[in-house]
Design a protein around this ligand. Structure first.
Ligand SMILES: C[S@@+](CC[C@H](N)C(=O)[O-])C[C@H]1O[C@@H](n2cnc3c(N)ncnc32)[C@H](O)[C@@H]1O
Length: 283
């Protein structure tokens, strides 16, 4: 089974709407970033608009979109994970239509006969394999109506200080053969601003605005940082022998405690975040 599908199927029950206080705080913050992005972009939304939500997950972006633009007729959500889609359907009702599918596959786009006024792509484009990036942006351009738009947020290369380039790679190499390590890590593909800009331009979008946003939040204990790395970004644990998990946990703890990116200041640990906020318009 696709690693991402497995990872998000297992996160569906708590993704965005769980009761656990730690995760509730994380997802309140994520929802706020989506809401703020939708509010500041100037997008035309006609009465009876149809919108496509790529990598819709449990439907947080669709939910916020319906609140802001109640005139929307329908949102079509696509996701690899049927469990995430089921959660979205429970909340969003009849105006939300879910399809299980992989938007990196040309065959999925070929089945789409209708045109959309807008595309939402929140927290999902960092999962696109490098060689699929331009093709996906071209597909989006094609299914948009005139004056259509795409907006979203993707993780940047310095998310969590860029630990997937070094710390996680090093950790995995201790337990897994190099081939498996690079296969797992090749899933994580944050792009930089100029690459995203270039892809939009090449696909015929006439206007785009892409912002790189770096900031840090603080958590109280190293345990909290470890939870974020292990559960929010758990794809790199796919295929790991479960009996090795305590060892991975312990090693990771040693890494973060000795790493200047996660400084403890006044009893709090800094967690560096990096987001890329983007919008592009077809005129
Ligand atoms: C971090 S979640 C974001 C969910 C939602 N957009 C939000 O902002 O809350 C990323 C979602 O993208 C989906 N995803 C990743 N790659 C995908 C692909 N190639 N096709 C369809 N869905 C994909 C995952 O299954 C997951 O549900």
């Amino acid at each position: 089974m696709n690693i991402l599908r497995k990872c998000y199927d297992s996160a569906a029950s708590f993704y965005g709407r769980g009761n656990d206080l730690f995760w509730k705080k994380r997802f309140d913050w994520l929802r706020k970033t989506i809401k703020n992005t939708l509010e500041i972009t100037e997008i035309p939304v006609e009465p009876n608009a149809s919108i496509l939500d790529l990598g819709c997950g449990t439907g947080i972006a669709s939910e916020e979109f319906f609140k802001l633009y109640p005139q929307t007729e329908e949102i079509v959500g696509i996701d690899l994970s049927p469990k995430m889609g089921e959660e979205a359907k429970k909340i969003l009702g009849d105006k939300f239509i879910f399809y299980e599918g992989d938007y990196t596959k040309d065959s999925l786009w070929q089945t789409m006969s209708k045109k959309f006024q807008g595309v939402l792509a929140f927290y999902t484009f960092h999962w696109i394999p490098l060689n699929n990036y331009s093709a996906i942006i071209q597909h989006i351009h094609k299914i948009l109506k005139d004056r259509g738009w795409v907006i979203g947020i993707a993780m940047g290369q310095k998310e969590l200080g860029g630990i997937f380039d070094d710390m996680i790679a090093e950790l995995l190499q201790i337990y897994l053969p190099p081939k498996q390590v690079s296969k797992i890590l090749s899933q994580w593909n944050p792009r930089d601003v100029s690459e995203i800009e270039e892809a939009f331009k090449k696909s015929g979008f006439s206007y785009s605005r892409i912002t790189s946003l770096r900031y840090s939040i603080s958590v109280q204990r190293y345990k909290d940082l470890i939870s974020i790395i292990l559960y929010q970004y758990n794809f790199w644990l796919a295929g790991l022998d479960p009996t090795l998990f305590p060892l991975v946990h312990e090693k990771l703890m040693q890494f973060v405690k000795n790493d200047a990116r996660f400084l403890e200041k006044d009893g709090k640990i800094q967690v560096p975040h990096h987001l890329i906020v983007f919008e592009a318009h077809k005129v």
